[in-house]
Design a protein around this ligand. Sequence first.
Ligand SMILES: Nc1ncnc2c1ncn2[C@@H]1O[C@H](COP(=O)(O)OP(=O)(O)O)[C@@H](O)[C@H]1O
Ligand SMILES: Cc1cn([C@H]2C[C@H](O)[C@@H](COP(=O)(O)O)O2)c(=O)[nH]c1=O
Length: 683
Amino acid sequence: MKSLISPKFLSLFPSSSPKSSSFLLNSRPQTNPNFVSSLCPSFSVLNSLRCCSSSSQNMQQHPSSSSQQIEQHPSSSSGEIHVIVGPMFAGKTTSLLRRIQSESNNGRLREAIGLLFCTKVAVDWDTYALLLQDCIHRGVYEWGKRIHAHMVVVGFTLNEYLKTKLLILYCKAGKLDTACILFDELLEKSLISWNAMIAGYVQKGMEDVGLSLYHKMRHIGIAPDQFTFASVFRACASLALLEQGKRAHGVMVKCAIRQNLVVNSALMDMYFKSSCPPDGQKVFNKSSNKNVITWTTLISGYGYNGRMDVVLDLFDKMIKEGLRPNYVTFLAVLSACSHRGLVDEGWKYFSLMQNDYGIQPHRKHYAAIVDLLGRAGRLEEAYNFINSSPCKENPVAWGSLLGACRLHGNVKLLKLSANKFFEMEPENAGKYVVLSHSFASYAMWENVAEVWGLMRGSGVKKDPGYSRIEVKNKVHFFFKGDNTHKDSKDTHEMLEVLTCTSADSGYLPDFSFENVALIKSNKDTRYSLDSIVTHDGDKYPCLALHDLSSFRLKLGSSAYDELDVIGIDEAQFFDDLYDFCQRAADHDGKIIVVAGLDGDYMRKSFGSVLSIIPLADSVTKLTARCELCGKHACFTLRKTEERQTELIGGAEVYMPVCRQHYVSGQVVIETTRMLLQEKVQCG
Ligand SMILES: Nc1ncnc2c1ncn2[C@@H]1O[C@H](COP(=O)(O)OP(=O)(O)O)[C@@H](O)[C@H]1O
Ligand SMILES: Cc1cn([C@H]2C[C@H](O)[C@@H](COP(=O)(O)O)O2)c(=O)[nH]c1=O
């Protein structure tokens, strides 16, 4: 993708004069700004944008211009702490840098949009296009809508290219009414715009509309491509329209469309969901490039058709092919185990997923385990599992247990799970019905009456809310969720535009500028002091410090106040980690990302890293590959005989190992050390 900040964007603004320097430029030179800025090449450009935008001749200074806002409100966001730990070579630094970079890049976009709002004048069309493209790419559709609002406010006339960009944005955001208006306005509807509309409807669950658009498009002679077919197959799969799907497949073959992984998977899915596993299998066999998605589609497809025996075989084959299953693959496998009553196998895959593939279970995996235990009648176990796992707050898991209790006639647990069920979604009328049916099936009529009483009491079927407005002596009612009023569509469209433009008409950007800084310990002298370097050689500028308490002073308080995100690498070397993180997150509202070793070479807690776990919002423990067997490595083995805790070094001194090789390696090293000592003593 093209970089957001192009020379074109730079040329939007006249060059800056020293006099007009903005707050940020004034505040930064107190320290070398490189470690803050050079994560993203656009930083300096944005800096010049900042000063240029505030000094631009054709702009009036608005009382709430962004630089002033920042000066007054250093940080209004609430802080967060994210901790990444693991042995050496696990990818801690790489993850830290990725995280920081993405925060930083989003910050650039946010900042660029903030600046756009400060201009009060239209910018050129390809700047709008670049900004919109970036919003689409990052999935920040609300920001894209704000850019559209800016165009409306400044009276910018859209060209065909921008209309298509906006159309794609609105389709992806699921705002199909607005997308339709833009689509209708297009003088020439390109394949891209047709594809966007079709995909938009299919993604929104309006597959029939998507399909009729596809037919319309073909009718007027536009040739589809693989993106069109991916949406068409997806629609046919959802609606189980085998004949339509087959016809589209025929067209695809006739048009000699180059197949790709996405189309092939959608095609397979269509055959499996239309109860045609042999055709799905044929597509799989013919696919030249099979990856985890292709395999997972095949495995899930057989699962969907109740062929649980095939699912487990295919899973094994996939592993033998050297592919790494993903969380969807495991879902299919867990569900197969559940249907076949293979409880032990199910547990095996559940732990394999976490331990060997490092995949954290989603709520659906937990629900699948509950289902597995529930179907097998192991209800107490299922109940205890839910209570001891993160899915305690997951209504799907409780729903699954409720169904199993009903099936196996365990009234005590039925009531317990029902209570939980209601706690979570009290307004869901469907649940009351399920529960009352459950009680009725055991002729527990008192409980049935109680459920209906509860439902009435909770106001589930209460009257809908409405607004009332009088126009030209006529009173109009608009009920919540009711679109039957003849002007409902127009009213909503107008509201949509108004809510966007009114927020922006005063040019009050609520985009806070996102700035990041990276810190590492100055004890780490392996590569260079002013950079963080990963074991793969990726390098980023940083500030190397002895202690974290000096950070604010070194940076300058105003520059510190501007920061949103602070990354800390080699955290094990900072004794004041706890105090710094606590203050920066709780008091100063910073997002802190900490990477470091949780344990030293003796597997003892290293520095203060573990002490910040209770402060953290998230903790990620990464593993490396054992140098001796390739399995997951959780530990760092020191290859030399030095015994001090802190010993700077890389692969020449340390290696990541699994438990087994840590234990045996440690024995070898200890024995060698003792032998050497004996030798020295014997002279
Ligand atoms: N045994 C190993 N296991 C995993 N990665 C290794 C190993 N040896 C070298 N590497 C490389 O180290 C990189 C991780 O580097 P880095 O992010 O600096 O790790 P950390 O900060 O955890 O020490 C991996 O992407 C990989 O290319
Ligand atoms: C296990 C262990 C490591 N160290 C040092 C060695 C390195 O300089 C860093 C770790 O760097 P990485 O980015 O995580 O690879 O810590 C140490 O001093 N003592 C130890 O026990």
